[in-house]
Design a protein around this ligand. Structure first.
Ligand code: 5GP
Ligand code: MG
Length: 180
């Protein structure tokens, strides 16, 4: 795995520190409105971020999973998002926090935010670890952002290429010859 990595963009120590800060920001936002909180992580890219974030969040919460595929297989250009796994829990009347790995073109989040509105969520907020500001569209609102990055295809800390590298602890860029 290591030999496929061209460079580390964000070191795991910096991720850890930022995720702790984000948890504090999120915790403050929900103080006084803690009841009926459901986190909706978008699988699979958000799994590591979710695991680290929720253990820093001293809020009572449920978790409802949803899986949307935007980059199937070895695609590095976004395709039309497909719902691969329907939402696994009830969100009607609940405060919902969507958790995703990255805001890129915004298609995935637009779709999930719309789905949660249709299902009658009381409030919808969104936390992403990464955002590519060069591409993020103005109509897709995110409330909590870990890091803004350049428009590069990144892997690690949950993010994959062809379902590999999710377990790489840092956010990194692959060598050009790995991604044809
Ligand atoms: P969007 O719908 O905003 O274009 O893309 C969101 C989803 O596409 C993310 O949840 C993530 O799974 C995937 N994605 C977007 N950009 C990247 C990237 O740079 N690297 C990887 N590995 N996945 C990405
Ligand atoms: Mg994803």
């Amino acid at each position: 795995m290591e030999m496929d990595i061209a460079r580390i963009l964000i070191h795991c120590d910096d991720i850890e520190a930022r995720v702790k800060n984000m948890a504090a920001e999120i915790g403050n936002r929900y103080t006084g409105d803690e009841t009926g909180l459901t986190l909706v992580p978008i699988l699979s890219g958000s799994i590591i971020f979710l695991a680290d974030l929720i253990r820093q969040l001293p809020l009572k919460m449920k978790i409802a999973l949803v899986q949307v595929s935007t980059y199937p297989g070895s695609a590095t250009l976004p395709q039309t998002p497909k719902t691969v796994l329907e939402l696994s829990g009830e969100v009607s009347g609940r405060n919902v926090l969507i958790v995703d790995d990255i805001l890129d073109s915004g298609r995935t989040l637009r779709r999930v935010q719309g789905m949660l509105r249709e299902r009658g969520a009381k409030s919808i907020r969104t936390a992403v670890l990464l955002r590519k500001p060069a591409k993020a569209p103005p109509d897709v609102v995110v409330d909590f952002v870990g890091f803004d990055i350049d428009d590069l295809f990144v892997v690690g800390y949950g993010l994959d290429y062809d379902d590999h590298y999710r377990n790489y602890p840092h956010v990194a860029v692959l060598h050009a010859d790995v991604m044809p």
